[in-house]
Design a protein around this ligand. Structure first.
Ligand SMILES: [Zn+2]
Length: 252
């Protein structure tokens, strides 16, 4: 092949590549307004292959990053599925926030996801225990129970006073159910934070739990204009009796 022939071939290849990469502009249309030739289809297939390989690498990198985030979670919390809350897990897990330690143990269900912060002025205290299994105060046991009922709370305080975050504050946790405040507002879930404490129907709370719930309330009051701290029994008196045996005098 002569030099000119070679140059023409190279030029045609460049035009063909341009056609596939940037679509059919008028200038390249003149050289190819028919069905693409075998060579061009092959070229396109190779281009697609290269693109897919690049995407595979990208996905692999993203997956790797996600795994490392999960490793961080399991170091301080149970390796529960974190669902759509994953992006916030790494920065907050097990860190001391304003002097209190909150362990992330984000649930995958039992709440409504909200994109933006919502107006919060109420804290609702609850109590619950693990009705199934041997350990009445098993955190995984009660969380499993919440999941089976499609409910949740934002925080759970275990017997040792450890505070677990189950749902992000911005999301609406399903903890209050049909409910009504003394000021007449209903659907208390919409504007409240739900706090569960592990205790049985006739049991007492530990001192560590009182300390933790006071710290948690103080922490929440710094972030939201909290006007009410109520019991579940106050807002759903016909249905609910929790927080069982809670000594309200011990709230600061
Ligand atoms: Zn309750």
């Amino acid at each position: 092949m002569g030099l000119i022939g070679l140059l023409v071939t190279v030029l045609l290849m460049i035009l063909a590549l341009g056609y596939f990469l940037f679509g059919s502009s008028d200038s390249v249309m003149t050289i190819n307004n028919e069905t693409p030739s075998e060579t061009m289809v092959g070229g396109l297939a190779r281009y697609e292959d290269a693109k897919n390989q690049a995407l595979d690498v990208k996905n692999l990198v993203e997956q790797k990053v996600a795994e490392e985030v999960n490793d961080d979670v399991s170091a301080t919390a149970d390796p529960l599925k974190t669902g759509q809350n994953k992006e916030n897990v790494k920065q907050e897990t097990g860190e001391k926030t304003d002097g209190i330690k909150i362990v992330n143990r984000l649930m995958a269900s039992g709440f409504a996801v909200k994109e933006k912060a919502r107006a919060i002025d109420t804290i609702v205290l609850h109590s619950s225990y693990n009705r199934e299994g041997e350990d009445l105060y098993s955190v995984s046991g009660v969380v499993k129970e919440y999941e089976s009922y499609g409910v949740s709370a934002h925080y759970l305080i275990d017997r040792a006073g450890t505070i677990y975050r189950l749902v992000e504050d911005k999301n609406i946790a399903y903890h209050a159910g049909v409910s009504r405040m003394s000021d007449g507002r209903e659907n208390v879930n919409d504007f409240s934070i739900g706090v569960e404490m592990l205790n049985t129907l006739d049991g007492q709370y530990t001192e560590a739990q009182y300390k933790a719930v006071n710290n948690l309330i103080a922490y929440l009051k710094k972030q939201y204009p909290i006007k009410f701290v109520v019991g579940h029994n106050n807002i759903a008196p016909d249905r609910k009796t929790d927080p069982w045996n809670f000594d309200w005098k011990k709230l600061k």
